[in-house]
Design a protein around this ligand. Structure first.
Ligand code: HEC
Ligand code: HEC
Length: 258
């Protein structure tokens, strides 16, 4: 009897596995493979607890929402950090993926699973993760001394390229890329590969967000070398330590976590 049931379970499992390979949403499992991550859209629902709702996002965006940085120096997927970004910016980004004003093979699929309330919950939660501390003034001065690419990126960030008519990034993104809710999103500690990809998206017009027109002329004027330098500069601004050292705060009740 038990043996029969085991055999039946095994057969059902095998059928489901085959189906899920053929059709991404196997009716029995109701999960979707997005990149390497298996996602059950029901986990995002408002009746789930916050940990369950956030877990699929953190699987890619890192345990402390620091993007690739949370997984160590070898990981280079170009997944952005979300911690400490402005609530409105995060919310707008998710709506932009849904509406096709931004497109990405993984995020477009994920955003399409989120209801209005869930988008707001996600934006609030990720804005509440604390931004990591910046490197000390001495450490930054040493980097500028020793690393020519950092030095070049720093010059573009702080002074722009006056000859090409490129304004200083700092005017809108904050003196050290800490972001400005009105003028431009946080860049300090952002993933360098991700920054480079956004420049491509602005330059080729695939990022058609409400404020893309501000970044499109900037992207058009910078060479690949300039972009690599400024992306390296912003990525390097933060202290990289133990990612577990900064537990999330804000309106998430995470007592007992970790
Ligand atoms: C399979 C991996 C993966 C999962 C799961 C995932 N993301 Fe992403 N996310 C990415 C990548 C990669 C990008 C960069 C996309 C691009 O280049 O436009 C991104 C971009 C974003 C951005 C834009 C950031 C910015 O600076 O503009 C937001 C916001 C975001 N994700 C939120 C979420 C939320 C919320 C969830 C869960 C509901 C989630 N992501 C799940 C991989 C993932
Ligand atoms: C006049 C203000 C302004 C200046 C100058 C400016 N930016 Fe921006 N930047 C913005 C705004 C606004 C956005 C958000 C646009 C959107 O919603 O797509 C943005 C978006 C970005 C993004 C995408 C962020 C993300 O999380 O997806 C990157 C990367 C970026 N800027 C880098 C730079 C760099 C590097 C410079 C200097 C070479 C620069 N910006 C100069 C206003 C500015």
């Amino acid at each position: 009897m038990n043996l029969d049931r085991d055999a039946l379970n095994l057969r059902l499992w095998a059928i489901c596995l085959v189906l899920s390979l053929l059709i991404p949403t196997c009716a029995l499992a109701q999960t979707v493979m997005v990149g390497d991550v298996e996602i059950d859209p029901r986990d995002f629902a408002p009746d789930q607890d916050p940990e369950t709702r956030l877990a699929p996002c953190l699987a890619c965006h890192g345990a402390q929402a620091g993007g690739d940085i949370d997984f160590g120096p070898e990981v280079q997927f170009g997944t952005p950090a979300l911690r400490g970004m402005a609530h409105d910016y995060l919310k707008e980004s998710l709506i932009d993926y849904q509406a096709g004003r931004r497109s990405h093979e993984e995020m477009t699929v994920i955003a399409s699973m989120l209801e209005v309330e869930t988008i707001d919950f996600m934006a609030r939660s990720f804005a509440a993760y604390p931004a990591p501390p910046l490197k000390s003034a001495e450490a930054l001065a040493r980097l500028a001394d020793e690393d020519p690419r950092f030095r070049k990126g720093q010059a573009i960030a702080l002074e722009g390229l006056p000859d090409e008519g490129v304004p200083a990034c700092a005017t809108c993104h904050g003196d050290l890329g800490e972001g400005n809710a009105e003028l431009g999103p946080r860049l300090a500690g952002q993933n360098g590969l991700y920054i480079r990809r956004q420049f491509t998206a602005y330059a080729d017009g695939t990022r058609q967000t409400a404020q893309a027109e501000i970044m499109q002329p900037v992207a058009a004027e910078l060479s690949q070398e300039d972009i690599a330098a400024v992306a390296h500069y912003y990525e390097q601004l933060i202290q990289v330590g133990d990612p577990k050292a900064a537990p999330p705060s804000g309106d998430l009740d995470r007592t007992g976590d970790e």
